[in-house]
Design a protein around this ligand. Structure first.
Ligand code: GLC
Length: 633
């Protein structure tokens, strides 16, 4: 059962597709009050209650014991001290004797103090007075998820080939480098379906342009790669480079499509291309306009995109930069005390993504200028909606691969997400595992992390263990940052181990694809916390390192270096499979704790009794898979 409570005049975020008759917020059943322009409410947490949700957020599957914030943030340090990452997924489930889902449909900041200040209370602060809150009552967390998911609409389904293995890097500088990647994979006999084009394929980082010097005759090149079974996936950034004569910018400026300053002039910020205008994606005519620009690339044969920097990330504004430079000039030659020194340092450190800049951006909503602070969390989702709406109109469903960095619930209907700039850290294998069920609860099924880690240098064993988790994530993409050690599977000495792991993915694609479709069509989750399935099992309830996969299986990746296996908890008897290329090692295990050996070239999978998993023969491309010839684990 879903009950809706409305306060003031909420902005339509497009999150919900079902209509609910809203009651006035004065009838809201939880302890609550308005206080200084904010709405605060609290719900007590039973001693054993688990709090799930918040989608792509830091820390655990059980969110108890920390303060989270809904505020889409461009933050490349995903440490456990953080409160928010790139997305704002305002949905939690408090699961005690019964399960209570809470979805706050509100595009500005929300603070979730989940047993942090007071261990037995979840206190939520909504930073405004115009919002809808939905309370979803159910017997189990999964029943709450399913009811919520039915209300927010069916999750995006990408094309079949998007389940293949994908290689990315910031950046492959030109066509020769891209050819080298494909050759590297083909020579090592490691399957591959997509290669990504990061910002350097563009002319001076201008959206919807291709640098002719780096990629001559781009349309022919795309066709040539398609003939090799490879899809090229270019990046699109939110900001449009300010440059006279650049058609997209000129048009946007002339039509008044960029976000404004309070005085009505265009807001300008610095991102990769230098100064940019930020399209006001919240307006449908701007979405139509920007969405139709993707045609410049789809006309050249491109059928997949990733949308980036759409929180939006703002490295600097002229105003912010000037203030810091003025401060530095005023202190030149001074003998600074420690306070002054750190002030000066902070003046520069605080230039990027600064609250002052966000507060000075305005959007045009229903003819009125609305401060960005009020709508921050739907900016990136609206960019992705622009693209998604265009693709569906133009090509129909399931034709174009699309995922975004920033997101809000609702964007799950037309797009996937990736978990942004993680690190080549062992701890991030687990962090990214924990994000999967939380993202699924919020409708985001097509998702995954930068496998091997984005920032920092990766060791071969880290990449292998990361990939062994990625074998199960719908988006299986290896991506790494500029200046880091090459992370393509063929760049390491033991390419055979990489082949073994990636081939397991291709063997499982018939199963994973069917599982994905079913989860989308039935508002189900692909990955569930063990506690969803074994609510009375005390060990399963606390498990943060394993996940249930569909109704058949459980996954438990190795997440530590220099170990030849891991401890795993089986809440019921299962068969342990160590999958490696076409080799299968298996052992029946009883309920309980076991140490399972897992070599670097093996993918661990645990299948429940009476269940089976279809596998096919591996192939070098998804298009070459023979999905008719199936065996069963
Ligand atoms: C951002 C993205 C990253 C990309 C880089 C350059 O940091 O999150 O994936 O490689 O920008 O475009």
């Amino acid at each position: 059962m879903i009950k809706k409570y409305t306060s003031g005049s909420p902005i339509n975020t497009g999150a919900m597709i079902k209509e609910f008759q809203g009651e006035d917020i004065s009838r809201f059943p939880l302890v609550s009050r308005f206080d200084g322009g904010k709405f605060r409410f609290a719900q007590s947490l039973g001693k054993n209650a688990i709090v799930y949700g918040l989608g792509e957020a830091p820390r655990g599957i059980n969110k108890r014991g920390w303060v989270y914030e809904s505020f889409c943030s461009d933050d490349p340090f995903h440490t456990e001290t953080k409160s928010s990452l790139y997305a704002a997924h305002n949905f939690i489930i408090i699961s005690g004797n019964e399960s209570l889902g809470i979805f706050i449909d509100f595009p500005a900041r929300i603070r979730w103090d989940i047993g942090y200040t007071s261990s037995d209370t979840c206190s939520v602060t909504v930073d405004g007075e115009d919002f809808d809150i939905y309370l979803i009552y159910g017997d189990t967390p999964l029943s709450v998820v399913k009811e919520f998911r039915a209300a927010i609409g069916q999750s995006y389904i990408p094309p079949f080939w998007a389940f293949g293995y994908q290689q990315s890097r910031w950046s492959y500088p030109d066509a020769r480098a891209v050819d080298g990647v494909i050759e590297g994979y083909d020579n090592a006999q490691i399957p591959l379906d997509c290669v990504y084009l990061d910002i350097d394929y563009m002319e001076s980082y201008k959206d919807f342009t291709v640098d002719e010097n780096k990629f001559p005759n781009f349309a022919d090149y795309v066709a040539e790669k398609r003939a090799q079974g490879i899809h090229l996936i270019p990046i699109i950034d939110a900001g449009v480079k300010k440059e006279d004569g650049y058609e997209v910018y000129d048009e946007g400026r002339k039509k008044g499509y960029f976000c404004k300053n309070a005085d009505g002039t265009d807001f300008e910020g610095g991102v990769w291309p230098g100064i940019v205008g930020f399209p006001d994606f919240l307006r449908s005519e701007v979405r139509d306009w920007f969405g139709s620009k993707y045609r410049l690339l789809t006309n050249m044969g491109i059928d997949g995109f990733w949308n980036d920097m759409n929180e939006p990330a703002i490295f600097y504004s002229a105003k912010g930069l000037d203030a810091a430079i003025d401060k530095a000039s005023s202190l030149k030659g001074e003998n600074l005390d420690l306070g002054q020194f750190f002030d000066l340092k902070d003046a520069f450190a605080g230039i990027s993504n600064s609250p002052d800049d966000y507060s000075s951006i305005y959007h045009l909503i229903d003819g009125k200028l609305v401060c960005h602070d009020r709508v921050h969390n739907i900016y990136g989702a609206s960019m992705t909606k622009a693209a998604g709406e265009f693709f569906e109109r133009e090509f129909g469903k399931e034709k174009i691969l699309m995922f975004s960095r920033a997101s809000y619930i609702g964007a799950h209907r037309t797009s996937g997400i990736w978990f942004g700039d993680n690190h080549s850290w062992w701890s991030h294998i687990l962090l990214n595992l924990k994000m999967l069920p939380s993202a699924n609860m919020c409708g985001f099924l097509y998702c995954g992390a930068d496998l091997g880690g984005f920032n920092g240098n990766a060791s071969a064993d880290l990449v292998l263990r990361f990939l062994a988790l990625g074998v199960f994530t719908p988006l299986m993409r290896n991506h790494s940052a500029l200046g880091t050690r090459p992370q393509e599977c063929y760049s390491f000495e033991n390419t055979g181990d990489f082949r073994d792991i990636v081939q397991v993915r291709y063997r499982l694609i018939p199963y994973l694809y069917r599982l994905f479709r079913k989860a989308s069509e039935e508002n189900d989750m692909i990955f569930r916390p063990l506690s969803f399935d074994y609510p009375t099992d005390p060990i399963a309830r606390e498990c943060e390192t394993q996940l249930m996969l569909g109704d058949e299986a459980m996954i438990a990746p190795v997440y530590e270096q220099n170990v030849g296996g891991r401890y795993v908890y089986l809440p019921e008897p299962m068969t342990f499979y160590a999958l490696s290329g076409e080799k299968v090692r298996s052992e029946k295990l009883d309920k309980g704790v076991h140490y399972v050996p897992v070599a670097l070239n093996e993918v661990p999978l645990f299948v429940k009794e009476g269940k089976q998993i279809p596998v096919c023969k591996p192939a070098m491309r998804t298009s070459l898979l023979n999905t008719e010839e199936i065996e069963f684990l």
